[in-house]
Design a binder for this molecule. Structure first.
Ligand SMILES: Nc1ncnc2c1ncn2[C@@H]1O[C@H](COP(=O)(O)OP(=O)(O)O)[C@@H](O)[C@H]1O
Ligand SMILES: [Mg+2]
Length: 298
Protein backbone atom coordinates (compact mmCIF):
# COMPACT_ATOMS: atom_id res chain seq x y z
CA UNK A 1 0.00 0.00 0.00
CA UNK A 2 1.31 3.46 -0.88
CA UNK A 3 2.35 5.45 2.16
CA UNK A 4 0.24 8.57 2.79
CA UNK A 5 2.37 11.69 2.53
CA UNK A 6 2.41 14.11 5.45
CA UNK A 7 1.73 17.80 4.78
CA UNK A 8 5.42 18.50 5.29
CA UNK A 9 6.45 15.89 2.72
CA UNK A 10 4.02 17.38 0.23
CA UNK A 11 5.03 20.94 0.98
CA UNK A 12 8.60 20.68 2.27
CA UNK A 13 9.06 24.48 2.37
CA UNK A 14 6.12 24.94 4.69
CA UNK A 15 8.21 24.22 7.79
CA UNK A 16 8.24 26.75 10.61
CA UNK A 17 9.08 26.72 14.29
CA UNK A 18 7.82 30.09 15.50
CA UNK A 19 11.27 31.74 15.55
CA UNK A 20 10.85 33.18 12.05
CA UNK A 21 10.59 36.94 11.64
CA UNK A 22 8.11 36.36 8.83
CA UNK A 23 6.11 33.24 8.05
CA UNK A 24 3.96 33.16 4.94
CA UNK A 25 1.67 30.21 5.50
CA UNK A 26 0.30 28.67 2.28
CA UNK A 27 -0.86 32.04 0.98
CA UNK A 28 -2.75 32.52 -2.28
CA UNK A 29 -3.50 35.84 -3.91
CA UNK A 30 -5.99 36.26 -6.70
CA UNK A 31 -6.03 39.72 -8.29
CA UNK A 32 -9.31 41.46 -9.11
CA UNK A 33 -9.15 40.36 -12.75
CA UNK A 34 -8.83 36.72 -11.66
CA UNK A 35 -5.04 36.42 -12.26
CA UNK A 36 -3.27 34.29 -9.70
CA UNK A 37 -0.31 36.19 -8.21
CA UNK A 38 0.81 33.54 -5.70
CA UNK A 39 -0.52 30.09 -5.00
CA UNK A 40 0.13 27.90 -1.95
CA UNK A 41 3.06 30.13 -1.15
CA UNK A 42 5.06 29.03 1.89
CA UNK A 43 7.96 31.28 2.75
CA UNK A 44 9.86 32.36 5.82
CA UNK A 45 12.43 34.93 6.77
CA UNK A 46 14.83 34.03 9.56
CA UNK A 47 16.93 36.24 11.82
CA UNK A 48 20.08 37.66 10.30
CA UNK A 49 19.93 36.35 6.77
CA UNK A 50 19.80 37.51 3.19
CA UNK A 51 17.23 35.38 1.40
CA UNK A 52 16.85 35.55 -2.37
CA UNK A 53 13.58 34.92 -4.19
CA UNK A 54 14.73 33.77 -7.61
CA UNK A 55 12.22 33.27 -10.39
CA UNK A 56 11.47 34.47 -13.90
CA UNK A 57 9.10 37.32 -14.78
CA UNK A 58 5.56 36.65 -13.67
CA UNK A 59 6.48 33.93 -11.15
CA UNK A 60 5.02 35.85 -8.20
CA UNK A 61 8.03 37.52 -6.58
CA UNK A 62 6.55 41.03 -6.44
CA UNK A 63 3.17 39.73 -5.30
CA UNK A 64 4.86 37.88 -2.43
CA UNK A 65 6.95 40.95 -1.48
CA UNK A 66 3.83 43.10 -1.33
CA UNK A 67 2.33 40.65 1.17
CA UNK A 68 5.25 41.00 3.55
CA UNK A 69 4.21 44.42 4.87
CA UNK A 70 0.49 44.22 4.30
CA UNK A 71 0.31 46.12 1.00
CA UNK A 72 -1.57 43.10 -0.32
CA UNK A 73 -3.66 40.69 1.71
CA UNK A 74 -3.77 36.97 0.92
CA UNK A 75 -7.03 35.67 -0.58
CA UNK A 76 -6.40 32.55 1.53
CA UNK A 77 -3.64 31.46 3.89
CA UNK A 78 -1.89 33.92 6.17
CA UNK A 79 1.15 36.11 6.70
CA UNK A 80 2.58 36.16 10.22
CA UNK A 81 5.13 38.82 11.14
CA UNK A 82 6.98 38.34 14.41
CA UNK A 83 4.26 36.05 15.67
CA UNK A 84 1.38 38.38 14.71
CA UNK A 85 -0.98 37.61 11.85
CA UNK A 86 -1.30 40.52 9.42
CA UNK A 87 -4.87 41.71 9.07
CA UNK A 88 -6.20 44.49 6.85
CA UNK A 89 -4.87 47.80 8.17
CA UNK A 90 -2.26 46.34 10.59
CA UNK A 91 -0.33 49.61 11.17
CA UNK A 92 2.59 48.11 13.12
CA UNK A 93 3.77 46.14 10.12
CA UNK A 94 5.30 49.28 8.66
CA UNK A 95 7.66 49.32 11.60
CA UNK A 96 8.78 45.72 11.29
CA UNK A 97 9.00 45.18 7.54
CA UNK A 98 10.05 47.75 4.96
CA UNK A 99 9.62 47.25 1.24
CA UNK A 100 11.37 48.93 -1.68
CA UNK A 101 9.73 48.72 -5.09
CA UNK A 102 11.30 47.81 -8.39
CA UNK A 103 10.45 51.28 -9.74
CA UNK A 104 11.86 53.90 -7.38
CA UNK A 105 9.49 56.51 -8.85
CA UNK A 106 6.58 54.61 -7.26
CA UNK A 107 8.06 55.41 -3.86
CA UNK A 108 9.44 58.95 -4.07
CA UNK A 109 7.08 61.89 -3.93
CA UNK A 110 8.26 64.63 -1.50
CA UNK A 111 9.88 67.90 -2.68
CA UNK A 112 13.29 67.08 -1.18
CA UNK A 113 15.16 63.88 -0.37
CA UNK A 114 15.16 64.71 3.35
CA UNK A 115 11.37 65.28 3.36
CA UNK A 116 10.92 61.99 1.58
CA UNK A 117 13.03 60.01 4.04
CA UNK A 118 11.39 61.78 7.01
CA UNK A 119 7.89 60.89 5.80
CA UNK A 120 7.86 57.35 7.23
CA UNK A 121 9.11 58.27 10.72
CA UNK A 122 6.63 61.18 10.93
CA UNK A 123 3.85 58.88 9.81
CA UNK A 124 4.85 56.53 12.63
CA UNK A 125 4.31 59.35 15.11
CA UNK A 126 7.88 60.63 15.66
CA UNK A 127 8.43 64.33 16.37
CA UNK A 128 9.85 66.37 13.47
CA UNK A 129 13.21 66.56 15.24
CA UNK A 130 13.45 62.80 15.87
CA UNK A 131 12.27 62.09 12.33
CA UNK A 132 14.99 64.35 10.97
CA UNK A 133 17.64 62.52 13.04
CA UNK A 134 16.29 59.12 11.90
CA UNK A 135 16.29 60.31 8.28
CA UNK A 136 19.85 61.61 8.42
CA UNK A 137 21.04 58.38 10.09
CA UNK A 138 19.32 56.37 7.33
CA UNK A 139 20.83 58.52 4.59
CA UNK A 140 24.25 57.93 6.17
CA UNK A 141 23.65 54.17 6.23
CA UNK A 142 23.30 54.23 2.43
CA UNK A 143 26.06 56.82 1.88
CA UNK A 144 23.62 59.43 0.52
CA UNK A 145 23.65 62.17 3.17
CA UNK A 146 25.01 64.65 0.60
CA UNK A 147 21.77 64.32 -1.38
CA UNK A 148 19.52 65.47 1.51
CA UNK A 149 18.52 68.80 -0.08
CA UNK A 150 18.15 67.56 -3.66
CA UNK A 151 14.85 67.05 -5.47
CA UNK A 152 14.16 63.30 -5.86
CA UNK A 153 12.88 63.77 -9.42
CA UNK A 154 16.25 64.94 -10.68
CA UNK A 155 18.37 62.15 -9.17
CA UNK A 156 19.89 59.32 -11.21
CA UNK A 157 18.31 55.86 -11.09
CA UNK A 158 21.03 54.63 -8.73
CA UNK A 159 20.65 57.61 -6.40
CA UNK A 160 16.86 57.17 -6.34
CA UNK A 161 17.32 53.52 -5.33
CA UNK A 162 19.53 54.61 -2.40
CA UNK A 163 16.95 57.17 -1.25
CA UNK A 164 14.19 54.55 -1.36
CA UNK A 165 16.32 52.29 0.83
CA UNK A 166 16.96 55.17 3.24
CA UNK A 167 13.20 55.92 3.36
CA UNK A 168 12.58 52.39 4.56
CA UNK A 169 15.58 52.21 6.91
CA UNK A 170 14.51 55.42 8.66
CA UNK A 171 11.63 53.39 10.13
CA UNK A 172 14.15 50.98 11.67
CA UNK A 173 12.63 47.76 10.32
CA UNK A 174 13.65 44.22 11.37
CA UNK A 175 13.31 43.05 7.77
CA UNK A 176 13.70 44.90 4.50
CA UNK A 177 12.37 43.36 1.30
CA UNK A 178 13.71 44.72 -1.97
CA UNK A 179 12.10 44.09 -5.31
CA UNK A 180 14.77 43.73 -8.04
CA UNK A 181 17.19 45.98 -6.08
CA UNK A 182 19.83 46.26 -8.79
CA UNK A 183 17.80 46.10 -12.00
CA UNK A 184 18.79 48.85 -14.47
CA UNK A 185 21.72 50.00 -12.33
CA UNK A 186 25.28 50.67 -13.48
CA UNK A 187 28.05 48.49 -11.98
CA UNK A 188 29.06 51.22 -9.49
CA UNK A 189 25.59 51.48 -7.96
CA UNK A 190 25.08 47.71 -8.17
CA UNK A 191 28.23 47.20 -6.07
CA UNK A 192 27.09 49.90 -3.68
CA UNK A 193 23.66 48.34 -3.15
CA UNK A 194 25.20 44.88 -2.69
CA UNK A 195 27.55 46.22 -0.02
CA UNK A 196 24.67 48.02 1.73
CA UNK A 197 22.63 44.80 1.79
CA UNK A 198 25.55 42.93 3.36
CA UNK A 199 26.07 45.76 5.89
CA UNK A 200 22.37 45.73 6.81
CA UNK A 201 22.71 42.09 7.74
CA UNK A 202 26.19 42.08 9.25
CA UNK A 203 26.34 45.47 10.99
CA UNK A 204 22.71 46.30 11.72
CA UNK A 205 21.16 42.83 12.21
CA UNK A 206 18.45 43.48 9.60
CA UNK A 207 17.29 40.49 7.56
CA UNK A 208 16.99 41.21 3.86
CA UNK A 209 14.75 39.63 1.21
CA UNK A 210 15.69 40.29 -2.40
CA UNK A 211 13.53 39.38 -5.37
CA UNK A 212 15.62 38.88 -8.47
CA UNK A 213 16.12 36.86 -11.60
CA UNK A 214 19.82 37.76 -11.51
CA UNK A 215 21.33 34.59 -10.07
CA UNK A 216 24.84 36.05 -10.20
CA UNK A 217 23.69 38.68 -7.73
CA UNK A 218 21.95 36.10 -5.54
CA UNK A 219 25.11 33.96 -5.59
CA UNK A 220 27.21 36.86 -4.33
CA UNK A 221 25.06 37.95 -1.40
CA UNK A 222 22.43 35.45 -0.32
CA UNK A 223 22.54 32.91 2.50
CA UNK A 224 19.45 31.07 1.27
CA UNK A 225 17.79 30.84 -2.12
CA UNK A 226 14.12 30.16 -2.79
CA UNK A 227 13.23 29.21 -6.36
CA UNK A 228 9.86 30.69 -7.33
CA UNK A 229 7.77 29.23 -10.13
CA UNK A 230 4.09 29.64 -10.96
CA UNK A 231 3.37 31.52 -7.74
CA UNK A 232 4.97 28.98 -5.36
CA UNK A 233 8.38 28.14 -3.99
CA UNK A 234 9.45 24.92 -5.65
CA UNK A 235 12.84 24.54 -3.95
CA UNK A 236 14.97 26.22 -1.35
CA UNK A 237 18.47 25.78 -0.01
CA UNK A 238 22.01 27.07 0.14
CA UNK A 239 23.14 28.91 -3.02
CA UNK A 240 25.84 26.27 -3.64
CA UNK A 241 23.26 23.48 -3.71
CA UNK A 242 20.54 25.29 -5.65
CA UNK A 243 22.82 26.86 -8.26
CA UNK A 244 24.54 23.57 -9.15
CA UNK A 245 21.14 22.00 -9.84
CA UNK A 246 20.87 22.79 -13.55
CA UNK A 247 17.73 20.74 -14.10
CA UNK A 248 15.88 22.51 -11.29
CA UNK A 249 16.86 25.98 -12.50
CA UNK A 250 15.98 25.22 -16.10
CA UNK A 251 12.62 23.82 -15.05
CA UNK A 252 11.97 27.17 -13.35
CA UNK A 253 13.05 29.16 -16.42
CA UNK A 254 16.34 30.28 -14.89
CA UNK A 255 19.97 29.97 -15.97
CA UNK A 256 22.84 28.97 -13.72
CA UNK A 257 25.10 31.82 -12.54
CA UNK A 258 28.01 32.48 -14.91
CA UNK A 259 30.60 31.19 -12.42
CA UNK A 260 28.74 27.88 -12.22
CA UNK A 261 28.41 27.65 -16.01
CA UNK A 262 32.16 28.19 -16.36
CA UNK A 263 32.94 25.59 -13.66
CA UNK A 264 30.71 23.00 -15.34
CA UNK A 265 32.10 23.72 -18.83
CA UNK A 266 35.68 23.29 -17.59
CA UNK A 267 34.74 20.07 -15.81
CA UNK A 268 32.98 18.72 -18.94
CA UNK A 269 35.76 19.69 -21.36
CA UNK A 270 38.86 18.94 -19.28
CA UNK A 271 37.72 16.72 -16.43
CA UNK A 272 39.20 19.24 -13.98
CA UNK A 273 36.97 20.08 -11.00
CA UNK A 274 37.87 23.61 -9.95
CA UNK A 275 37.53 23.21 -6.18
CA UNK A 276 34.41 22.75 -4.16
CA UNK A 277 31.50 24.18 -6.16
CA UNK A 278 32.45 27.86 -6.22
CA UNK A 279 29.58 30.29 -6.77
CA UNK A 280 31.34 33.64 -6.68
CA UNK A 281 34.13 34.99 -8.89
CA UNK A 282 36.45 35.26 -5.88
CA UNK A 283 35.88 31.61 -4.94
CA UNK A 284 36.38 30.51 -8.56
CA UNK A 285 39.61 32.52 -8.82
CA UNK A 286 40.93 30.84 -5.66
CA UNK A 287 39.93 27.41 -7.01
CA UNK A 288 41.72 28.06 -10.32
CA UNK A 289 44.78 29.27 -8.45
CA UNK A 290 44.82 26.09 -6.34
CA UNK A 291 44.26 23.84 -9.37
CA UNK A 292 47.10 25.49 -11.31
CA UNK A 293 49.49 25.34 -8.37
CA UNK A 294 48.72 21.65 -7.95
CA UNK A 295 49.39 20.95 -11.64
CA UNK A 296 52.67 22.86 -11.65
CA UNK A 297 53.88 20.86 -8.67
CA UNK A 298 52.84 17.57 -10.21
N1 LIG B 1 -2.04 44.17 -10.45
C1 LIG B 1 -2.18 43.00 -11.05
N2 LIG B 1 -3.37 42.64 -11.60
C2 LIG B 1 -3.52 41.42 -12.19
N3 LIG B 1 -2.54 40.49 -12.28
C3 LIG B 1 -1.34 40.80 -11.75
C4 LIG B 1 -1.10 42.05 -11.12
N4 LIG B 1 0.19 42.07 -10.69
C5 LIG B 1 0.71 40.87 -11.04
N5 LIG B 1 -0.20 40.11 -11.67
C6 LIG B 1 -0.01 38.73 -12.18
O1 LIG B 1 0.43 37.92 -11.10
C7 LIG B 1 1.43 37.01 -11.54
C8 LIG B 1 2.70 37.24 -10.73
O2 LIG B 1 3.20 38.52 -11.05
P1 LIG B 1 4.38 39.22 -10.24
O3 LIG B 1 4.15 39.02 -8.80
O4 LIG B 1 4.48 40.62 -10.74
O5 LIG B 1 5.65 38.36 -10.73
P2 LIG B 1 7.20 38.71 -10.73
O6 LIG B 1 7.43 39.82 -9.76
O7 LIG B 1 7.88 37.44 -10.37
O8 LIG B 1 7.53 39.14 -12.13
C9 LIG B 1 1.61 37.25 -13.04
O9 LIG B 1 0.82 36.33 -13.73
C10 LIG B 1 1.09 38.66 -13.22
O10 LIG B 1 0.56 38.84 -14.53
MG1 LIG C 1 8.31 41.68 -10.10
Amino acid sequence: MEKLKTVQEERPYCVHDGSELIHVDCACHVYQDGSVGIHNMCFRVLQNEVVALCGPNGSGKSTLIEHLNGLLQPSSGSVIVMGKKIEAGSPDIWRAVGVTFQRSDDQLFAPTVLDDVMFGPINMGMSAEDARTAAIDALQMVGAESLADRMPNYLSGGQKRLICMAGVLAMKPRVIAMDEPTSDLDPYHTDMIEQIILDLKNKHGISVVIATHDLDLAARISDRVCVVKGGSIIAEGKPGDIFYNKELLESAGLKQPKVVQLYENVLRDTGIALGDRPITLEALAMSIDKALTGRQKA
